[in-house]
Design a protein around this ligand. Structure first.
Ligand code: SF4
Ligand code: SF4
Ligand code: FES
Length: 423
């Protein structure tokens, strides 16, 4: 029988089994320690990602490599630690090319889930827009090196039946990547290959035909990510006061109009809102120019051409508060996938080499009236000052309106976990 030991986590005492992993012990006692590389049956734990960093007996260290012993004292939820862990995960998002709405692993991805858990809406670090190889050489697997966080799970866990490694670290320093041994990979059973995909905490290992076997809504974290504290209804103590009517302007720049569709998704509540707001320059009214100053400007999409930049600057001049809504406005989103490729090559691929072009119509369009494409797609905050960001792709209608009502009338709000989605 396991010996019991006394430990303290965030000032609370617990009697627990000696030698158990600290991450597991904390979770069993209702304390969430974020983790990414930790996988309960990899022994010893990898300790590569550092998302589980806590203060253990007064020193910073990874919780996943710690076995509990008598008198252990752990700090988990200090502001400093919460911010450091969040920063670590933000760095992973900034370092790779993580575009969840177009990723096969979305909804099944530990990294994406950790982003939600830590409340990450954007990265405080500049995106590196790395251009790593996507390896399609294997018949069965695709290695998307841009999504790998080098956690080592696949390297230490995936072997052929006769003990040959399938994944290996290659190169050095910041050029390190996880190489796939095609010969050994071909010897895995289909089940073992799918297992390798599932072991990966990101969308770096994809088995063709298996990655999108479940529709959104039925995926792992769609079914399990229900942290109660996120879904609690806000308990407002304020009495609703009389609201002063406000003027809103909206625009869609380099986006897909999905955020505007989401704005309208609020359905019948829109009838209440239109009593309190009037829309000025907006695709919803088709006003081409501002006819009055707006209290708030809602921007969808980033800037991919000179017309976007001009329009955004006009919004800044004519709106008291400017809000970026959705990932494209916040950091470039899907259109910024072209930032990894020189503009000339993008135009060639789209207009000269496109297989669906009509015969003889392979020309790059040019006319003085056409907006000029910028060298890359820019986030709105790179062009003008943005006051608030509402993340999501697209953000849920309730999320947008709760945030807007908070900005306009100071209404208390909290975003439900189910309203904070990227897929
Ligand atoms: S690997 Fe995960 S975090 Fe990265 S793009 Fe795919 S779903 Fe998003
Ligand atoms: S491919 Fe996946 S499992 Fe392997 S090191 Fe990269 S993130 Fe980890
Ligand atoms: S989960 Fe502990 S270091 Fe990765």
């Amino acid at each position: 029988m396991a010996k019991h030991v006394n430990i303290t986590i965030d000032g609370r005492s617990f009697l627990v089994d000696e030698g158990k992993n600290l991450v597991d012990v904390a979770r069993e006692n209702g304390i969430f320690i974020p983790s990414l590389c930790y996988f309960d049956h990899i022994e010893p734990p990898l300790g590569t990602c550092r998302t589980c960093t806590c203060k253990i007996n007064g020193k910073f260290g990874p919780a996943c490599t710690e076995k509990v012993s008598e008198g252990l004292t752990v700090e988990v939820n200090t502001e400093e630690l919460k911010d450091s862990r969040k920063a670590l995960v933000e760095m992973m998002f900034a370092e790779g090319n993580h575009i969840c709405p177009s990723c096969e692993k979305s909804g099944n991805c530990d990294l994406q889930h950790m982003g939600y858990e830590l409340g990450i809406s954007h990265s405080r670090f500049p995106h590196l827009f790395k251009d790593r190889v996507i390896d399609y050489n294997s018949q069965r697997m695709v290695m998307e090196h841009n999504r790998c966080i080098k956690c080592l799970r696949c390297v230490v866990e995936v072997f052929t039946d006769d003990g040959k490694r399938v994944f290996n670290y290659q190169s050095r320093g910041h050029e390190t990547y996880v190489g796939l041994d095609y010969e050994q990979e071909a010897r895995l059973t289909h089940e073992q290959a799918v297992n390798a995909m599932n072991i990966c905490p990101t969308g770096a290992i994809i088995v063709r035909g298996e990655s999108i076997s479940k529709p959104f809504g039925d995926r792992k974290f769609d079914l399990t990510s229900r942290r109660e504290d996120f879904d609690e209804k806000p308990k407002s103590t304020k009495k609703p006061g009389k609201k002063t009517p406000k003027v809103i302007g909206t625009v869609s720049l380099a986006g897909c109009f999905g955020c505007h569709m989401s704005l309208l998704d609020i359905d019948t509540e829109l009838l209440d809102i239109v009593k309190l707001v009037s829309f000025n320059k907006s695709p919803l009214t088709d006003f081409k120019e501002f006819t009055t100053r707006c209290d708030i400007g809602i921007i969808e999409g980033g800037c991919c051409n000179d017309e976007n930049v001009e329009t955004l600057r006009k919004f800044r001049e004519n709106c008291d508060v400017l809000v970026s809504v959705g990932e494209c406005a916040i950091w470039g989103g899907l259109p910024s996938m072209r930032n990894m490729i020189p503009l000339g090559e993008c135009l060639e691929e789209a207009f000269l080499n496109c297989v669906t072009n009509e015969t003889g119509s392979n020309v790059v369009p040019y006319d003085v009236d056409l907006p000029k494409l910028l060298d890359r797609v820019y986030a709105c905050s790179e062009i003008v000052k943005i006051d608030y960001n509402i993340p999501g792709c697209p953000p849920d209608a309730q999320h947008i309106w709760k945030a807007v009502k908070n900005i306009l009338w100071g209404e208390e709000f909290s975003v439900l976990y189910s309203e904070f989605k990227y897929d």
